[in-house]
Design a protein around this ligand. Structure first.
Ligand code: HEC
Ligand code: HEC
Length: 317
């Protein structure tokens, strides 16, 4: 019997995802190209005006570039759109972790009335009615296109989205000379006195868990809405910190326009409207703030190049 603990391991989740796909490597590439096409296809929204990329804009780090974006009918969304890169090893999705796989997550926005507002049955029908998708899916032996296949394709595409190496990776690989003094001091603060790595650690600088840092409100108590456990009041999923540069504004509600605002907040944290903050008041000096920022700059690498997906899509047609 598989223990629950094992089931939480990212490697295991990736294995399950791979087994579930039961596709040969070439076929996975086809599925990824289909996912790319679907991600940019406004047909997945009822009024045919909103695609996944309307809110997860590649030029904005696959986020919206605004605090709270708008859905297909112009309704304001309750939360900031997180990025969709570097999620291959993630084990929970949405700020409150209410979806447990990318496949499951993908259905959420399609049928959400204020996002894309399309029934899942209608979404599958629209894809089935599109000869280009029918041809593409047929290449991997899928003749009955269901919403499950659509979710698999979107998830397969998203899993490939990884940011390129950053200066920090050269440092990690052993080249200590790449950091200047400020970046090195910032690294020390991040991992020690600053306590950032209590929650932001690992390859993507997230523990994948939920924490109260004082940002919850009565309207949005975060993880509590899913778990109903008082311990989770005001807790949100720790966001990954790689490639933060193009992903402003920050936090689940986009309350901070810049990284400086975020650092001001961490310097003097306050208990929010719900639950209690886990943060200690650290009162960073101006120099410490500058150093942390200099270190965080080293986490920015390149964004994924989408051109190969377009070529792959053309090729499978
Ligand atoms: C109208 C804007 C909008 C559209 C369209 C949209 N999203 Fe999102 N997306 C969001 C918002 C806002 C959230 C956060 C919601 C929450 O946490 O409750 C989100 C969350 C996500 C997440 C979770 C990321 C994480 O780190 O937990 C993924 C993955 C994602 N969207 C993929 C997609 C895909 C795939 C589509 C298309 C089928 C899509 N989105 C369409 C706004 C949008
Ligand atoms: C107790 C856990 C915890 C600690 C400690 C912590 N963070 Fe966070 N961090 C979070 C959570 C949770 C969020 C998201 C909160 C929200 O969305 O309301 C967050 C958000 C952020 C964001 C915004 C990212 C985005 O994509 O919106 C940045 C930047 C950040 N933290 C940097 C830091 C730095 C720098 C430190 C150390 C000074 C730090 N964090 C310490 C848990 C933590």
């Amino acid at each position: 019997m598989i223990s629950r603990r094992l089931l939480r391991l990212p490697a295991f989740a990736a294995m399950v995802a791979l087994a579930a796909s039961s596709l040969a490597a070439g076929d996975v590439a086809v599925l990824e190209a289909i996912g790319w096409k679907l991600f940019f296809d406004p047909m997945l929204s009822a009024p045919r005006n909103t695609s996944c990329a309307t809110c997860h804009i590649p030029e904005n780090g696959f986020e919206s570039g605004v605090a709270l974006g708008e859905g297909a009918y112009g309704d304001r969304l309750p939360r900031n759109a997180p990025t969709v890169v570097n999620l291959a090893d993630a084990t929970s999705f949405f700020w409150d972790g209410r979806a447990e796989s990318l496949e499951e997550q993908a259905k959420g926005p399609i049928e959400n009335p204020i996002e894309m507002d399309l029934s899942l049955a209608e979404a599958a029908q629209r894809v089935r009615d599109e000869p280009a998708y029918v041809r593409a899916f047929a290449r991997i032996g899928i003749t009955d296109i269901t919403i499950e296949e659509i979710g698999r394709a979107l998830a397969a595409f998203e899993r490939t989205l990884r940011t390129g190496p950053a200066l920090y990776d050269s440092w990690l690989a052993g080249d200590r000379s790449v950091f200047d003094e400020s970046q090195e001091r910032g690294r020390m603060i991040f991992f020690t006195r600053g306590q950032c790595a209590t929650c932001h650690f690992g390859p993507n600088f997230t523990d994948g868990m939920f924490h109260n840092i004082g940002t919850g409100t009565a309207e949005d108590p975060g993880r509590f809405a899913v778990s109903k456990d008082a311990y989770d009041l005001g807790a949100f999923k720790t966001p990954a910190l790689r490639n933060w540069k193009d992903r402003e504004p920050f936090m689940h509600d986009g309350r901070f326009a810049t990284l400086d605002d975020v650092l001001d907040f961490y310097s003097e944290p306050k208990t929010g409207a719900v639950g209690e903050t886990e943060l200690d008041p650290l009162e960073f000096t101006g120099q410490e703030r500058a150093d942390i920022k200099a270190f965080l700059e080293t986490l920015n690498g390149s964004w994924p190049d989408l051109e190969p997906y377009e070529s792959a899509w053309t090729e499978i047609q």
